[in-house]
Design a protein around this ligand. Sequence first.
Ligand code: TXA
Ligand code: MG
Length: 313
Amino acid sequence: MKNIYKNSQKNLNKAKKILEKNNIIAVPTETVYGLAGNAYSDKSIKKIYKLKNRPKINPLIIHYYNLRSLKKDAHLNEKFFKLYKRFSPGPITYILQKRKGSKISKFANAKLKSIAVRFPSNKIIRNLLKELKFPLAIPSANISSAVSPVSSIDVFEEFGKKINFILDGGASSIGLESTVISLYDKTQLLRPGAVHSKEISGVLRTKVSNPKKINKIISPGQLKKHYSPGIPIILNCKRVDDKAAFIVFGKKYKNGKNIFNLSSKSDLKEAGKKLYKTLRKIKKLGYKKIKVMKIPNNKIGIAINDRLRRAAY
Ligand code: TXA
Ligand code: MG
């Protein structure tokens, strides 16, 4: 496809030029693909919201290369340093107090007093961030409330020619959006992800629980319906029949035309990586309904179940 660009120095330079002109590109990260724009530019941020058809009240995550570049934009606290040391760069986002003098566009954080910040570990996006004089606002590269893309082709399917530069980085290694933890006001997990609550509790030496029910919106962006493939999903099913598409997990399931095993070796990481790809595939095959068997609710399984519940809402 014409608008998908391989990872090369030449293409990184191209990407850089587009971003410096306050235009938007799609980029790989280890979690999911995102739409990237200059976080200091109101114009870029407005373009992102428009492309995604995203409600203005739902703030974006600002992506940084390192701590030095973050210090101008946020107040850093002790909990942040502890978690940063253990988990960053990687699939975790911190909510911090925004600095008064920060150049981050007020539209990027929905005019809140806080901002969300992340240090992605994917080499390609890191190389790009390193070259830029500004951080990048990067929401997932899907139309608001749809399934996040985990490959450059997925991004193309979401936006077609509306995004004319998609930087290819192969399949996202994690496949689920980052863990979001608020360290502003209260310490609170807002979105489960590959870094799970037990690991965070271990580092902070205090219990950090998973977000409770999905009908309570804590963060402006915790909209209930989300990650939706656009067909009904039924959770915690017990028996396979031959009409719906079945998403299963584990050794005990046989293969079948309508059976989609997230991991036949019962590996939750593999299941996380395959979830969004599987939802897209099922939709493309024309199924009208998805049934999901129980998936273990621990470690990254908590994030998988969270996304499935929202997709089913
Ligand atoms: O893995 C990821 O985080 C991906 C990749 C591309 O980096 N990005 C991503 O962005 O998932 P997005 O925009 O799809 O999700 C951002 C989440 C939303 O739930 C939003 O509400 C929350 O972060 N968020 C952002 N700023 C916030 C703030 N100041 N307070 C509370 N929640 C915030
Ligand atoms: Mg998203």
